[in-house]
Design a protein around this ligand. Structure first.
Ligand code: TA6
Length: 267
């Protein structure tokens, strides 16, 4: 089950699945800018599992999690659409018996997606509805579609050190744009600038984040692509994940407190 919105001018459209409130598609002037695996099975997603591609919502934990599934349960749950103005849609996920069996806290997530001209705004609000404080990490796991990942450039991460999730080592920052990806890359950059620019061919996609201090950069490359049954063996060549998150440090939320974050993609 999906919901659709269009920009006021009609040149952009977005599709969002109620499964995980996963944004599946962002078409601007006839061009698809979001990567969704051809094996993603978005029309019949597996309960509890994320859809491979789009913008999955990682909550309440980024990465492996001793309480439940990697990247948390939010991307595997069915959300509720509470508003659709045609240009803006609001979806909610509230704690239930299933989530509380995994993570025993009362919460409400409110996800707002707004199309405006060449910009796609996604904001997430977290409410602590319970009587106990909780802490979480969260991230928008954005899969961007590119014609050839070896030919992309990414600016905004220069001179920023990162945790290499493959070697578990900290790597000092390097000067200049990231020029192409030619191997498995899985990096957590902490405290990054709020603007990154992805460039390929004549296309520039600006990633602008608010209250999401960290950035994850990921491409599975060929071996890991082959190891994913919901990802085509060669699809690693046409995608890159630039993921805005609050993952390096946990976010604490007292009872009745609210926390918000936002990402704006502009092409
Ligand atoms: O994007 C970073 C990452 O944590 C990678 O380590 C890789 O696991 C990726 O997410 C995909 O994770 P998933 O659980 O969706 O297969």
């Amino acid at each position: 089950m999906s919901v659709h919105i269009k920009s006021p001018s009609g040149e952009a459209s977005v599709e969002i699945s109620l499964h995980g409130a996963t944004l599946l598609s962002w078409v601007l002037s006839g061009k698809e800018l979001i990567f969704l695996s051809k094996l993603a099975n978005a029309s019949n997603p597996t309960s509890g599992k994320g859809i491979r591609g789009g913008i999955p919502i990682v909550f309440p934990n980024f990465g492996p999690w001793e309480c439940g599934p990697q990247h948390g349960f939010a991307r595997g749950k069915v959300w509720t659409c509470v508003q659709n103005t045609g240009h803006c849609v609001v979806l909610e996920l509230t704690s239930d018996e299933e989530t509380k069996n995994i993570w025993n806290y009362d919460f409400k997530l409110t996800y707002t997606v707004t199309l405006n001209g060449h910009s796609l705004e996604t904001s997430l609000s977290v409410d602590n509805l319970g009587t106990e404080a909780f802490d979480f990490t969260t991230l928008l796991h954005t899969y961007l579609r590119v014609p050839a990942v070896q030919n992309i450039r990414i600016s905004g991460l220069e001179n920023i050190g990162f945790h290499d999730s493959l070697t578990k080592k900290y790597i000092e920052g390097i000067d200049g744009d990231i020029q192409g990806i030619n191997e498995n890359v899985d990096r957590v950059y902490a405290n990054t600038p709020n603007i990154h620019l992805l460039k390929f061919d004549e296309t520039h996609i600006k990633v602008e984040k608010t209250n999401l201090p960290d950035t994850v950069l990921w491409n599975p490359w060929s071996d890991k692509a082959k190891g994913m049954n919901d990802f085509g063996d060669d699809e690693y060549l046409e995608m890159v994940c630039i993921e805005a998150g609050k993952v390096a440090e946990r976010q604490f939320l007292e009872p009745s407190e609210n926390w918000q974050c936002k990402q704006v993609l502009t092409a």
